[in-house]
Design a protein around this ligand. Structure first.
Ligand code: PGA
Length: 258
């Protein structure tokens, strides 16, 4: 039996207001109801979480897009893992390249992962290189990100983590972006598995899901999931269209074999 694929929509700083967020969340929930063999998550801006939590369920999980690296205290503007848990958040994106670009370090990401796990929230840890211009250099970038972000995490808890490979050069908003291929996805999936196996042992590495993000849409989703070997997808822009996001979930659902 193949594992269920997971589709995590990253709304980023969208939509513009709560009315639209609620409408889109509910429309997606209705549309995906029949696709029971796929796990679906929407990662929403913080301010909408409490209201959306009234409608989240095991059919459509709620996700956060960031979390503080401290558990409480004088950290103006920050939101803690326990606050997210209070909003019924089940997954949280950590270390997204857009946050790393604002100065987030692997050390902070490591602290965030540990706090999310403590609050029983599954971290979706983003890794990925900014370009591929220096030979195999990009493999070393991802290796360092994994080693530093996952240091000190117990073998028992690491299975809760999802690794999202997001090559920055393929993200929709990157200037002069290029398409990543299913081969890029497959190569990095194998490489990440090897790093995880070196850190936690092959048996545990096998259970850690590796998903792909970077201009995923309804046209390329199947190639990343099937030939690319991704356990799921992290669409950004496409998650803002109810129609496109539903289609991606349907494609993931079709990949499931009993
Ligand atoms: P994109 O965003 O699908 O719009 O490229 C993905 C991401 O940055 O998470």
């Amino acid at each position: 039996m193949t594992m269920k694929k997971i589709i995590i929509g990253n709304w980023k700083m969208n939509p513009k207001n709560l009315v639209t967020a609620k409408k889109d969340f509910l429309d997606i929930k209705k549309n995906i109801n029949e696709y029971k063999n796929t796990q679906v998550v929407l990662a929403s801006p913080f301010v909408y979480l409490k209201e959306l939590s009234k409608f989240s369920s095991s059919r459509l999980f709620l996700g956060g897009q960031n979390v503080s690296f401290e558990s409480e205290g004088a950290y103006t503007g920050e939101v803690s893992a326990s606050m997210l848990a209070d909003c019924r958040v089940s997954y949280v994106i950590i270390g997204h390249s857009e946050r790393r670009a604002l100065g987030e370090t692997n050390e902070q990401i490591n602290k965030k992962i540990k706090l999310a796990l403590k609050s029983k929230i599954s971290p979706v840890v983003c890794v990925g290189e900014s370009d591929r211009e220096h030979g195999m250099w990009y493999l070393g970038v991802v290796k360092t990100q994994l080693e530093e972000c996952l240091v000190g995490i117990s073998k028992k808890l690491v299975e809760e983590i999802i690794i999202a490979y997001e090559p920055i050069w393929a993200i929709s908003t990157t200037q002069n972006r290029r398409d990543a291929t299913k081969e890029d996805c497959q190569e990095m999936r194998i490489y990440i598995k090897k790093i995880l196996a070196d850190m936690f042992g092959a048996k545990i590495a096998d259970k850690i899901r590796i998903i792909y993000g970077g201009s995923v849409d309804e046209k390329n989703a199947k190639s990343f999931l099937v030939e690319g070997g991704a356990d799921g997808l992290l669409p950004g822009r496409a998650s803002l269209s109810v129609k496109k996001f539903t289609e991606i979930v349907k494609i993931a659902n079709d990949c499931y074999q009993k």
